[in-house]
Design a protein around this ligand. Structure first.
Ligand code: AP5
Length: 199
């Protein structure tokens, strides 16, 4: 096994409403630290291009702002984690926008224990208002950024992601970040609040 220094390994999960800047901040962290970045949204958008039965079903769910079934996300994560495990330079993982359900969080815990990647774990909750979420995504206009789809994603966030956040809060793993400031200042706040963790 190439990743032997388990105590140095860092796992950061970025959670927040649609448009809160999870992807943006994950990329900044990846550019400054020897971390890999997994965006489940991106993995799913790639998967959908295969145009088979599963791709069609996943596409329908994503286009309306729902969450895809948990087995489908683990099916995408596992080969990626195995691939990353073999890389010598890899010292941490930034999980952008996942997990999004309480039981997805519990299952991810089990998976990270298997890899021995569960020792240094933080969840960053990037907080923005619903109004800011809508404002940002209407400017971007991805295919799931229609106003009604964003409103649905916001409802899903409250129903599914908040319980996952509550689970992590109970374990003392959540760090709250003000997402309503410039990209650079959000990044600075993350670095400040994770100073000890990132050492
Ligand atoms: P995903 O692609 O993760 O979409 P999302 O969570 O809705 O998040 P967004 O990509 O819209 O926003 P973001 O927070 O990453 O912000 P970003 O940096 O892009 O997931 C898509 C779908 O996949 C889900 O709806 C679901 O169907 C499925 N899925 C994904 N993970 C899943 C899971 N674990 N389980 C089940 N299903 C899953 O920025 C957005 C915009 O804001 C950009 O234009 C950016 O330039 C701008 N911006 C960023 N930061 C700032 C700032 N500080 N100030 C001003 N503008 C900013």
């Amino acid at each position: 096994m190439t990743v032997s220094k388990a105590k140095e390994f860092k796992f950061i999960s970025l959670l927040g409403k649609p448009g809160s800047g999870k992807g943006t901040q994950a990329e900044l962290l990846e550019s400054k630290f020897p971390f890999e970045h997994i965006s489940t949204g991106e993995l799913l958008r790639e998967r959908v291009k295969k145009r088979d039965f599963i791709a069609k079903r996943l596409h329908e769910i994503m286009e309306t702002g729902g969450l895809v079934p948990t087995p489908s996300v683990f099916q995408l994560w596992m080969p990626r984690l195995e691939h990353l495990r073999k890389q010598k330079t890899f010292q941490g993982l930034v999980f952008d926008g996942s997990p999004r359900k309480l039981y997805e969080a519990q299952m991810l815990d089990e998976l990270l224990q298997l890899y021995d990647w569960d020792k240094n774990f933080k969840v960053l909750h990037i907080k923005i208002s619903d109004k800011e979420s809508l404002k940002r995504l209407q400017k971007r206009a991805r295919s799931d950024d229609d106003k009604k789809d964003v409103l649905y994603r916001l409802r899903v966030f409250k129903k599914e992601v908040l319980p996952a956040l509550a689970y992590y809060k109970k374990k003392g793993e959540v760090v709250e970040i003000n997402g309503e400031q410039s990209v650079e200042n959000v990044h600075k706040e993350i670095l400040r609040k994770l100073k000890t963790f990132l050492k």
